[in-house]
Design a protein around this ligand. Structure first.
Ligand SMILES: [Ca+2]
Ligand SMILES: [Ca+2]
Length: 237
């Protein structure tokens, strides 16, 4: 890096190593090899290797963070070790902030612009000041109960203007047990009838039985439930 500045590389002498957030912001997590994606986006010669960052590893200051453009991971290595460099210029720097999504219950959260696809990708970096709109989608059997953190609330989409590292929590609550859904899997079918019959016969049920599946308000799973379930399964109810 020093020699780039000493030699006034490409007419500039403010070259530096990117920091960890800047390098991570280049990674497209939807691709198994970020280098392949970057080389198709106007960059050239991006290698499937570790790239050094300027960020020091806090637990051991002789080490610095590095980011793999092969698989997108973050690691750390001896500052005197060998890794690839991606020179950037101070005059062009922007500051990046992180957005982390925390999920409670089952569902997904996506962002516009792209970056967050949570469950699988729950952390992304954006330019400071970027408005990011988050959309929540409950999994089957769950209902989106709302946002918290980052100024988000309610159950609609939420637009967060990222001026600092931010964590937003999306809470999904499980739907109540439906009538006749003895094993609480969201469906009323013959499996539920079998479980109910096992309860009646005093046989240990093969799955957990939810008494909330009660259909006649006696607080028990019994013949009334079996009849209800079979009528449902036979489509005569
Ligand atoms: Ca069921
Ligand atoms: Ca009952």
């Amino acid at each position: 890096m020093k020699s780039l500045n000493t030699n006034n590389h490409l007419g500039h002498n403010d070259w530096r190593l990117p920091n960890r957030k800047e390098l991570e912001s280049l990674v497209h997590y939807g691709w198994s090899h970020p280098a392949d994606w970057l080389n198709g986006q106007g960059f050239s010669n991006v290698q499937k290797r570790w790239y050094c960052s300027s960020s020091t590893y806090a637990n051991f200051t002789g080490y610095g963070y590095e980011v793999s453009m092969d698989w997108g991971g973050v690691g750390y290595t001896d500052k005197n070790g060998v890794c690839s460099v991606w020179p950037v210029r101070s005059g062009q720097s922007v500051s990046f902030v992180s957005l982390i999504i925390s999920l409670s219950g089952s569902g997904t959260v996506t962002s516009t612009p792209d970056g967050i696809t949570c469950g699988s990708q729950c952390r992304a970096y954006f330019n400071s000041g970027t408005p990011v709109t988050l959309t929540a989608q409950a999994a089957s059997g769950f209902t989106f109960a709302g946002w918290s953190g980052g100024g988000c609330q309610g159950t609609g989409t939420c637009t967060v203007t990222l001026n600092a590292d931010t964590t937003v929590t999306a809470t999904f609550t499980r739907d109540p047990v439906g009538k006749g859904d003895v094993n609480y899997d969201g469906q009323v079918n013959v499996t539920d009838a079998v479980l109910a019959l096992q309860v009646i016969a005093g046989i240990s049920p093969q799955q957990i039985v939810y008494k909330e599946a009660d259909v006649n308000s006696d607080g028990k799973i019994g013949l009334a439930e079996v009849i209800y379930i079979l009528q449902k399964a036979a489509r005569i109810r």
